[in-house]
Write a protein that binds this ligand. Sequence first.
Ligand SMILES: C[S@@+](CC[C@H](N)C(=O)[O-])C[C@H]1O[C@@H](n2cnc3c(N)ncnc32)[C@H](O)[C@@H]1O
Length: 245
Amino acid sequence: MTKSPIGGNRSGRKLGQKVKKGKLKASSRRWLERHINDPYVQRAQLEGYRARAAFKLLEIDEKHKILSGARRIIDLGAAPGSWSQIAAKVTNSSDADPRVAAIDFLEMDPIPGVRFLQMDFLDPQAPEKLKEAIGGTPDLVLSDMAAPTTGHRQTDHLRTMHLCEVAAHFAVEVLAKGGHFLAKTFQGGTERDLLNMLKQNFRQVIHVKPASSRAESVEMFLLAKGFKGRDAAASEEAAEDAAAE
Ligand SMILES: C[S@@+](CC[C@H](N)C(=O)[O-])C[C@H]1O[C@@H](n2cnc3c(N)ncnc32)[C@H](O)[C@@H]1O
């Protein structure tokens, strides 16, 4: 069970630490203070995860059970790698029998059992390369991709939404029947067309915000469970078209 670290400090490091005023800009000092005092950051260090993001996936899984039973997992926007660490563990992935493929345009230190591609997911070659790397049909596609910030809020928002949309189409192209798709999105930002497409292809589509996703952040996750399979979705679409004619 994932216990909320809020209120407890199991790393032995004190919370409420201040960073001395010095050469840092006030905004950088505030970021650093928030980081070192964040109980999820401390717990990630203690439990050997590369990022506090690990707890977002674990908390979502605790409620929605998407990891158990996954045999192959694709992790989009994987660096520094905490979701890939979890994916490798739950799939029993090893270098001899890899069951996790991950992509990021940033470097990522190797994780046993994870085949990592350092490239842009929006590169037209990325989908094929990921399919080759996973070496079988995935039953879970994860995307924690967020576009690098430009400082212009609306542009950042639109770029991340675009990544979510491309990831969703990729998931529908590769997932095994019954598989799941989880992707980062923004509050109020999911396009109606994207939601409709997911509802057509999955049995359940919901938005989730785990406790470890900072309350002040507009970050949300879109969870699509139970992929109907490419044939089922195509025949549903044909039936809807016929009904509309
Ligand atoms: C929030 S971080 C992911 C953290 C990760 N889930 C973990 O647990 O360590 C988002 C990542 O998405 C990556 N990213 C954003 N746009 C991308 C793109 N077009 N292609 C590949 N990676 C991308 C960023 O480089 C960044 O490393």
